[in-house]
Design a protein around this ligand. Structure first.
Ligand SMILES: Cc1cc2nc3c(=O)[nH]c(=O)nc-3n(C[C@H](O)[C@H](O)[C@H](O)COP(=O)(O)OP(=O)(O)OC[C@H]3O[C@@H](n4cnc5c(N)ncnc54)[C@H](O)[C@@H]3O)c2cc1C
Length: 637
């Protein structure tokens, strides 16, 4: 099937305004007849639920944490992009649009990216009105800093805690609606299944994580804001509980999964210290505003970094990419770091690290300024490594961080299943094959505050409220199905822990489908995954019971999904025989190791249809057309 993203036509700068006018509205007094189920309360979900509640819809919002405030969005450090052009350095909506399309290596839909750039400015106004304490300069104006893949400063920030401050803003808006009675929140609740009526999303089945009770919630539309799937690698910078569960449940019910192989490996993370650690820690990309990446020139170097003179250092990013230097985009900076380490010039234990050095910046600006900009990041680094980043260069190494792939959605953020909307990191929409720094927060809040309030009305205006009743046969069937899976997990009583299985699939994915991928490695993974999956279902040990808080049981369900999802991921990666963005196929590179894209054969999004566990999925293509940005070789030199 050839998919249509339903992008509006006409001059791109008018598309969103025209589309907003063309879409149907729901009369204010009819809105309370509709119930919307919002799954996820990170930036995308909290902003969506708050906005929909404010409009007068009945909203139910779900998250697996004990409070919406603990969503993974809270971890975001460096900042959020917007095209305000406050520094007067040449930014514009057009430039943010261009940088994002190019940054994504020309694998995203133009119209969606334009809308993102257009509403980015509204986001900042909205957040400032909520009281988000963005950094300000001496005169009191909002301050900006730079992020990778851009030559302007367009990133708004609140020290190294931008996600936390934005989430507190969205959470306040959400709680206001809870207080007004338009939104009801269900924390410690995990969505396990999607319920369809005549192919339209009308309900979800959940498990109460405290009591183990199963319930269905019915509504007129379902909005998934459930975040990304980088934990398929086991070790990543993501919150440990993040999984593909909700997306996978929807996928198994018919929602197409787009570009699952597009994952982001972030260049600046604290190197792994041992086999049994549970996560990796990001050192924000914002640090590359002032930190310089380098490795010793000699493979035999054994002096302390401070004793290595300038002439014996290789500032490899500045050397290879003089225009962007240390602010080269993430995919490029990650590969460059790996290249240095593979070449035997890495630093620290096992040679799996490069230096991120602030000595020059401290000399130029003073330690106080650096502390003011990134103080909490330096503290975090010292707590984890026992090294003082002001005195010795930090050591960093790439780590899995973000998912550009996700459920396929059209311009309205609606999946191929009517009534199922997908926002934020959970969808595949705007970042193509590589996300630029500070653009995930922008997307989550754009989708939640400024897109879904319009597009969902267009759907609801054409649907009858209350199509699914809680006592319908579909609801009981769904409960029976998910309960069957949980009971099975508890009954296996095998010999290996869930964490052990997660480590095994994670390391297979990292080695064969991580920063560098090959036909051979991917084929090997596709052959191995079913056997590990089978062993999981015969030999996993899940202690405890199903009617109490049981995090081993929760994890078991999430890891079980990763075993199915990993296979799809590798099939997508194997079929895409080109290098683009975060998807680097070793067969497709230039002599000096740069990615080689194949626009003739792969200028499309691949949206996969589920055909059964272990079966070959069916691929549907959405061709990508570039009318406003010239399809060119991406260069940051
Ligand atoms: C360490 C770190 C730093 C980052 N820094 C930045 C930055 O500076 N700038 C930037 O732009 N981006 C940054 N990012 C990326 C950005 O934080 C995320 O992409 C973004 O916050 C995702 O928001 P979201 O609302 O889509 O999902 P999330 O914040 O991940 O929220 C997911 C929600 O879904 C819920 N959920 C998931 N599954 C289920 C289920 N089955 N049932 C019920 N609920 C479920 C969770 O409870 C949660 O509420 C960073 C990421 C990391 C890991």
């Amino acid at each position: 099937m050839i998919l249509d993203g339903n992008s509006p036509t006409g001059p791109i700068e008018q598309t969103w305004d025209k589309h907003r006018f063309d879409m149907k509205l729901v009369n204010p007094s009819n809105k309370r007849q509709y119930k919307i189920l919002v799954v996820g309360t990170g930036l995308a979900g909290a902003s969506a639920a708050a906005s929909l509640g404010e409009l007068g819809y009945n909203v139910e919002a779900f998250c697996y944490q004990d409070s919406p405030r603990r969503a993974h969005s809270i971890a975001a450090q460096g900042g959020i992009n917007a095209a305000k052009n406050y520094p007067n350095d040449g930014d514009s909506i057009q430039r943010l649009f261009y940088d994002t399309v190019k940054g994504g290596d020309f694998r995203a839909r133009e119209a969606d990216v334009w809308r993102l750039a257009q509403v980015s400015n509204n986001i900042i106004d909205q957040c400032v009105a909520q009281g988000v304490p963005f950094a300000r300069d001496y005169s009191g104006h909002l301050d900006n800093r730079s992020f990778g893949g851009a030559q302007v400063s367009r990133t708004f920030y609140a020290r190294g805690q931008t996600g936390q401050q934005l989430l507190l803003g969205a959470y306040s808006a959400l709680m206001r609606q809870v207080n007004l009675g338009t939104v009801k929140i269900y924390p410690r609740t995990e969505m396990l299944d999607l319920i369809l009526v005549d192919g339209e999303a009308k309900g979800i089945t959940i498990r109460d994580l405290i009591t183990g009770e199963y319930r269905t919630h019915v509504g007129d539309a379902v909005v998934l804001c459930t975040g990304g799937y980088a934990n398929v690698y086991d070790l990543s910078t993501m919150a440990r509980g993040q999984s593909v569960k909700a997306n996978w449940a929807a996928h198994k019910k018919g929602a197409f999964f787009a570009n699952p192989c597009y994952t982001q490996i972030h260049p600046t993370c604290i190197p792994q210290a041992g086999d049994y650690q549970s996560k990796l820690t990001l050192m924000s990309e914002s640090l590359r505003n002032d930190g310089r990446c380098w490795v010793p020139k000699s493979r035999d170097e054994n002096r302390a970094p401070g004793d290595i003179p300038e002439e014996d250092r290789d500032y490899y990013l500045e050397r290879k990419y003089p225009s962007f230097g240390n602010l080269a985009p993430r995919d490029i900076a990650s590969r460059a770091a790996k290249e240095q380490c593979d070449d035997g010039r890495g630093v620290g234990p096992g040679g799996k690290g490069v230096y991120l050095d602030f000595a020059d910046a401290i000399e130029r600006l003073g330690e106080d300024t650096i502390r003011e900009r990134y103080g909490n990041l330096f503290e975090m680094y010292e707590l984890i490594t026992a090294e003082n980043g002001y005195k010795v260069p930090m050591r960093i190494y790439p780590a899995p961080h973000y998912a550009m792939g996700g459920l396929w959605v059209d311009y309205n953020c609606m999946s191929n299943l009517s009534g199922l909307f997908v926002l934020g990191e959970a969808n595949f929409s705007v970042h193509g094959a590589n996300r630029l720094g500070a653009s995930a927060l922008m997307q989550g809040l754009a989708d939640g505050y400024f897109v879904i309030p319009y597009t969902i009305a267009n759907y609801l205006a054409q649907t009858t409220p209350g199509m699914l009743k809680e006592d319908a046969a579909e609801c009981q069937a769904s409960i029976d199905e998910v309960q069957g899976v949980v009971d099975k997990l508890l009954s296996i009583d095998g010999k290996r822990t869930v964490a052990d299985f997660h480590r095994e699939i994670g390391s297979l994915m990292w080695n064969n489908a991580g920063m560098a991928r090959s036909e051979e490695g991917l084929t090997e993974a596709i052959e191995k995954i079913p056997a590990i999956r089978e062993e999981f279902w015969e030999n996993v040990k899940v202690p405890g019971t199903g009617n109490e808080l049981n995090q081993q049981l929760e994890n078991a369900g999430r890891v079980a999904d990763f075993f199915e999802f990993a296979e799809l991921f590798c099939r997508d990666a194997r079929h895409r025989s080109e290098s683009c963005g975060g998807h680097f196929r070793v067969e497709h590179q230039t002599e000096d190791g740069e990615a080689v894209r194949d626009d003739e054969n792969f200028c499309y999004s691949a949206a996969w249809e589920f055909t059964g566990v272990g079966n070959e999925p069916e691929m549907h293509k959405e061709p990508l057309e570039f009318e406003n940005v010239e399809l060119a070789v991406r260069s940051y030199k």
